[in-house]
Design a protein around this ligand. Structure first.
Ligand code: PRP
Ligand code: URA
Length: 211
């Protein structure tokens, strides 16, 4: 599945169809939120294929047997605001996952990621950690999030987004070459305001109707 260094584009037809509807400027906030949750679940279903499992015993109504479960606990780290809207879809599939919230916003002039909130679960070191945010543009927010998760002891970290710009992918690869990036699309470029082209606009504003 890897397409270039640590970049994985999920080409499942349902993922691509839902992303296309999400890009459509006529999709309203309610539709956008629904699609985002469905897409997030489909993406995590694909990504978790490679997670290790461990065997446990189970008693069926008829006899003792065994089955497999995820070997490690899962932690989701949504980057607020937009990443939060991806959580429910993933929690539907992995209800036992814990969630660490990270508030970051991009300063409009400097494009620096400004941190305003952080609340992580205890003991990040033994979990598979999914940092989630629909948009990977300059990569400033993603790298700031990875810094914070690593500082908190996170080791097995995956970055999950819907739309990635080449600039953001390069920034993660340069600073954290060990972190796999999963996206539904690798778009063309950033515009002069560092919005992704063709992209889907401002994800937070479209989710929460704040335009
Ligand atoms: C958006 C998006 C990412 C960030 C990506 O958030 O959800 O977090 O921009 O841009 P970058 O790769 O250049 O850092 P935004 O800063 O608009 O905050 P919001 O979700 O609160 O609207
Ligand atoms: N943040 C967004 O929400 N959209 C972009 O295209 C870039 C950053």
């Amino acid at each position: 599945m890897p397409d270039s260094k640590n970049l994985n584009v999920l080409n499942h037809p349902l993922i691509q169809q839902k992303l296309t509807y999400l890009r459509d400027k006529r999709t309203d906030s309610a539709g956008f939120r629904d699609l985002l949750n469905e897409l997030s679940a489909l993406m995590v279903y694909e990504i978790t294929r490679q997670l290790p499992t461990r065997k446990i015993s189970v008693q069926t109504p008829l006899e003792d047997s065994s089955g497999n479960i995820l070997a490690n606990p899962v932690i989701l780290v949504p980057i607020l605001r937009a990443g939060l809207a991806m959580c429910d879809g993933i929690l539907h599939l992995i209800p036992q996952a814990r969630v660490g919230h990270l508030g970051l916003y991009r300063d409009e002039k400097t494009l620096q990621a400004i941190s305003y909130y952080k609340k992580f679960p205890n003991d990040m070191s033994h979990s598979d950690i999914f940092i989630i945010d629909p948009m990977l543009a300059t990569g400033g927010s993603a790298v700031s999030a990875i810094d914070k998760v690593k500082t908190a002891g996170g080791k097995r970290i995956y970055f999950v987004c819907l739309v990635a710009a080449p600039e953001g992918v390069a920034k993660i690869n340069n600073q954290y070459g060990d972190i796999p990036i999963y996206t539904a699309a690798l778009d063309r470029e950033l515009n002069e305001k560092s919005y992704i082209l063709p992209g889907l606009g401002d994800a937070g504003d479209r989710i929460y109707g704040t335009v």
